[in-house]
Design a protein around this ligand. Sequence first.
Ligand code: HEC
Length: 124
Amino acid sequence: MKFKLLLWSVAAVWLAACSSNAAQPTPTLTSLEQIGLSVYNLRCAQCHALAPDTVVIGPSLAGIAVRATTRIPGYDAQAYIEESILSPKSYIVEGFPDTMPTNFAKDLTSEEFKGLVAFLLTLK
Ligand code: HEC
């Protein structure tokens, strides 16, 4: 009888551990990258997918950390991603309309901006 009770409590602890794991958003991201993911979901996801080759309004950002190095000569991934957010009109991706909002430079806090760039740099 006691043994059965013990088994149940072991099972309960195990289940609780599983469900708390499932509730955590992508544990591999640093806390700065997590901030970036939240900003992304709030401000970018309506136009950009994270799934490859999926166009919403803008291009998919899957693999952007790699593609970014090929866009503007002399720019590394971070420089291109920062420029894309702060000054979207300085490079227009071929085949897309020039409709990315230009208000992010003034609307994002510096922490949100840094987080967003850090998060996008994880998309390899
Ligand atoms: C209203 C729609 C819209 C929103 C919101 C938007 N974008 Fe864009 N974005 C676009 C479009 C359209 C393009 C392609 C045209 C261009 O290059 O400006 C683009 C291009 C980009 C590019 C260049 C991609 C490449 O392959 O070179 C990046 C990076 C980017 N957006 C990041 C973001 C981030 C980060 C946010 C959120 C802070 C965001 N965008 C919000 C529409 C949007």
